[in-house]
Every structure is written in C-alpha cells, then in structure tokens.
Design a protein around this ligand. Structure first.
Ligand code: AMP
Length: 514
C-alpha cells in the first residue's frame, strides 16, 4: 500500500554513506546499519566470491588494500575504477552498487521492503557522473526516484531544523545561505535562497577531486618524509604499510581537530616510530588545499550576484568542515560565525529523505512541503566546426548556473539532399575547445524523412531535467515526422550489463529503466 512506503534518502559519500527515512511525524531520522552504526564506510572488500561492504572492508584496508575498493565515488563517470582488484577492472558504479545494496538490505531489515529512494550527488557532478550514480542505484535493486544535490539536501535539512518548512512560520523574507560542503572526496559550494518553502539555487561550483582524502594524503606524506629522514626508508613503498599508515593518519587528522598535536605510529622495515605532528604543521602543509576552497567559495558568491554583507548564513556540512582551519577561514572571509547546526555527517541523508517524502506525498496527490529550483553546474554544448579555422569548437547552448529545468534548441542543417541521419556530439564544460570538456555522449538522429533537400533544418531540443540529467528530442520543422534519437553515453554501461549486475548484486529482476 502506498501509505506504508518509507521515504528513504541515501547519501552515497566518498568515504562514508548514510541512509535516512522520515518518521511518522515527517521528521528525518538516520537508520543505523546492521552493525548498529549511523554511517557505513564506503569501502568494498572483494574476498574471493564474497563481497563485504563497510566496517569490515575498512578494517581489511589496512592489511589487504589491494582487495579493497575505496573512494570509488571519485571515479564515478569513468569507464573503470582506477585500481585493479583480484585481476578485475570494475566500473565505479558497480562498486557504488555494492555499497547501496548493503544500505538497502540493512534498512529493509528494519523498515520492511522498499525500493524507492532518493540518492544525493555533489552539485558539481556532471551529467555522466549523475547517470553513473543512478545506474548504481538500479544495480543495487533500487528505484531511484530522484537524484538531488548534496548542498540542496543539506539546506533542506537545515530549513527543516529551523522551521522554514512550517507553513505557519513567518518566513517570507528571503534568507540567503552559502553551503560549504567539504566531504571525504568532494568539495561543493552552493548559494541558495530560501524563500518561504522555496529553495532556489543561485549558483554552484566545486571540485570533485578535493576532500578530506587529500588532507589525509598530505599527512601521510608528512609522516613518510619524517620517517625517511630518520631511517632512509619510505613507508609508502609497501602497499600494506601504506594502507595502515593512511588509516592512522585519517585518525590523527581527526585528533588534530580537537588537539594541538597527534602521534602517528609507523612501523616499517623493523623500525617502529611514533611520529608527532603539530596542528600548525599540518595546517601549513594543507594550506593550498584550503585556499582552493576559499577561491571557489568567493567565486560562487560572486556568480550568485552577492557580497558577504548580503549573505545571511554560511552553513558547513561534510565531515571535513570539523577541521578548525576550515572554520577559521570561513569566519575570516565571511565575517560571520559559520553555522554548524545540522549534523555534518547526516544532514545530506536527512534532506534526501525529506525530498523522498515530498515525492511520495505528491504521488498521493498531497501538496508539496517545499519546492526546489536548481541550476546546472556545467555549461552544456554541442561540438561544431569553426568555419574560419576548421577546428572543432564547443558551441555552448545552456550556460552554467542557468535555472533548470530548461530547454535549449539548436537547428542543424542537412549537408546534402536526402540525408537520413545526423550525428551530434554533446559536451559539458566551459572551455571553447571540446577536448578540454567532458564528453557526455553522442546523439544519433536517424530516420530523417526521405527526400529532404540539402540544408534542410533539423531542430534538436536539449532538455535539462531538474535532477541534472539530459533528455534529447528532435523535430523537423514543417513535418510531423517521428525521428529516432539514440543517445549513446560516454562510458555508460549498456542495459544488459546493468541488468546482469542488478541480478548479481541485489538478486532483483531487471525492470524498465530509462
Ligand atoms: P563525509 O563524507 O561528509 O562524511 O566526510 C568524511 C570526511 O570527513 C573524511 O575525510 C573524514 O576523515 C573527515 N572527518 C570526519 N570527522 C573529522 C574530524 N573530526 N576532523 C577532520 N576531518 C574529519
């Protein structure tokens, strides 16, 4: 029965994932996993035929890092995960699917069967990465009812916690919030306006290759360099020692968030050391990483057409914002005390559950509790030829930070008489050279009506959906011809592979899937 479907939201993080649902009162609550934890390490151990996800995989990482997939979110959208595991090259979305499947199975043990869920992605994820995330959900036996941006989810959770979602509350004056989200592997900045129950994204930017992980690496390097000075041996050379050291450093990094120094054990080639690192030293070694976030934050505020004095709040989410250097920098640049009122690790999953609740309510004819309006995080263009230079050029159709949904149309002309097909290459990115952009895919327009004269117009409509996914439709002016478009995605897994993995990972049968 539709009333009993739980509203589930999943934050598929680079280092940790969390699942939340709405309780009877419509409040988001985190669902603990089978181990009783509120978050699950996003790590997968391939142990012979057995696949183990979460805490056990994290433990195994220290000694058997070659059999553990970690940080697969950073590779989402690529063809294969960067590390070979047991001689196999897994697509990153398959690793994501194993993680999501555990989250689903653990939650079902408490909530009963469900398949519908909202999954979050960094706002800065491009189309290809969003599609890969959606596919991961499918292979995990889920029906992904929406993909929403992590900062938007955090802002919704914040809005809920602060009464913005209560219709009786006098919250009509717009409230501008900058969400600074520094997680394990990705960094996102989003400027939003909360106007009553409307969440409007004004601008977004970020870096999918910047997160707590990079701070860990710097700490590993600091310790390794000290060790080399002492013993002329580099503990990073040996994968097992390196895996162990990385775990110790991640732990020490957390210690350094509350203490002025931390001691990191490092045992290599018979030399056992405890290397002491001071917070200041750690901060100096990672200053450039923090500067990158500062630069992006300032640029995003500018893109939103705001200045710091016009901004009401800076919201911090993501585990890495617990580092004092982040808080100090935000305070200094913005002149405001950063808001940490929503739980850094759980806010995103909570916001996703609220979004799931909204979608399920709408399917039952209930009015939405809130509305979201997003912008696209990358410009969308088609590859064309520059007539003057003969070089390939990215013709931008939908500039970044355009409110979505949006449809853009481009008219192509047939080159010769009776041409029956056209190939359109679609890219995402700001650069004029398509080689420096992300290829999204190729759209082949087939079965154009017979007998079209040379230079006949063919209209291609690009529809950017609110979830950041792209749909393409084609029409030929003055005809009602039904044109087929085949959108072949870059690096995407074909449907039969998705179905095979879905059966293997989740035991669920294939379903229709767009
Ligand atoms: P998230 O993906 O948002 O859960 O963020 C996870 C990241 O936050 C990982 O890189 C963690 O090492 C980092 N993290 C969690 N707690 C702390 C802390 N107390 N100090 C510094 N980093 C932390």
């Amino acid at each position: 029965m539709s009333e009993t479907i739980p509203a589930v939201g999943i934050d598929l993080g680079t280092t940790f994932s969390a699942l939340a649902r709405l309780d009877d009162k419509g409040q988001p609550v985190t669902v603990v996993n089978a181990e009783g934890d509120r978050s699950t390490p996003s790590m997968v151990l391939f142990d012979g035929d057995e696949v183990v996800v979460g805490k056990e995989a994290l433990k195994a990482f220290a000694t058997e890092s070659h059999r553990v997939a970690d940080g697969s979110k950073r590779d989402m959208g690529r063809r294969v995960y960067h590390k070979e595991i047991n001689g196999k090259h897994y697509p990153p979305e398959v690793i994501g699917a194993f993680i999501l499947n555990k989250m689903r199975v653990d939650a079902q043990a408490q909530l009963g069967p469900f398949t519908k869920a909202v999954i979050t992605v960094p706002a800065y994820f491009d189309e290809v990465r969003r599609k890969a995330t959606q596919d991961a959900g499918y292979m995990a036996g889920l029906e992904v009812i929406d993909i929403i941006n992590e900062p938007t989810a955090a802002a919704i959770a914040f809005g809920m916690a602060h009464g913005f979602l209560r219709p009786d509350e006098d919250r009509k004056t717009p409230h501008t919030v900058l969400v600074y989200d520094l997680g394990g592997g990705t960094f996102d900045v989003t400027v939003m306006e909360i106007r009553g129950t409307n969440y409007i994204t004004l601008a977004t930017d970020g870096d999918v290759q910047l997160g707590g992980y990079d701070w860990d690496q710097r700490l590993v390097d600091l310790v390794a360099e000290r060790f080399i000075r002492l013993h002329m041996a580099d503990p990073r050379e040996d994968p097992t020692t390196a895996g162990k050291l990385w775990r110790e450093c991640e732990d020490a990094k957390r210690t350094l968030s509350s203490r002025a120094k931390a001691a990191i054990p490092c045992d290599y080639r018979g030399f056992a050391e405890r290397i002491e690192i001071a917070r200041q030293e750690f901060e100096e070694a990672t200053q450039d990483l923090l500067d990158r976030t500062r630069f992006t934050m300032t640029q995003t505020l500018k893109a939103a057409g705001l200045t710091w004095d016009k901004l009401d709040r800076v919201l911090l989410t993501g585990g890495s914002t617990r580092m004092p250097m982040v808080r100090a920098m935000v305070r200094r640049i913005s002149g405001k005390e950063p808001d940490t009122s929503v739980a850094a690790d759980e806010a995103v999953a909570h916001g996703a559950a609220l979004r799931a609740g909204q979608i399920l309510a709408r399917s039952q004819g209930k009015p939405p509790a809130f509305r979201i309006r997003n912008v696209n995080s990358h410009s969308l263009g088609v590859v064309g030829l520059d007539r003057l230079t003969g070089r390939k050029r990215n013709g931008i159709l939908i500039p970044r930070n355009t409110p979505i949904p949006v449809t853009a149309r481009r008219t192509f002309k047939t080159r010769k008489a009776d041409q029956r097909s056209i190939l359109v290459e679609i890219v995402e990115g700001e650069n004029l050279s398509p080689d420096d952009c992300t290829p999204i895919g190729r759209c082949t327009i087939r079965k154009l009506p017979k007998g079209l004269p040379e230079r006949s117009p063919v209209d291609v409509h690009f529809h950017y959906e609110p979830n950041g996914r792209l749909k393409v439709r084609v029409s030929v002016p003055n005809t009602d011809a039904k044109i087929e478009t085949e959108f072949t995605r870059e690096n995407g897994l074909p449907k039969e592979h998705l179905d095979g993995w879905r059966r293997y990972i989740s035991g669920a049968e294939p379903t229709a899937y767009a």
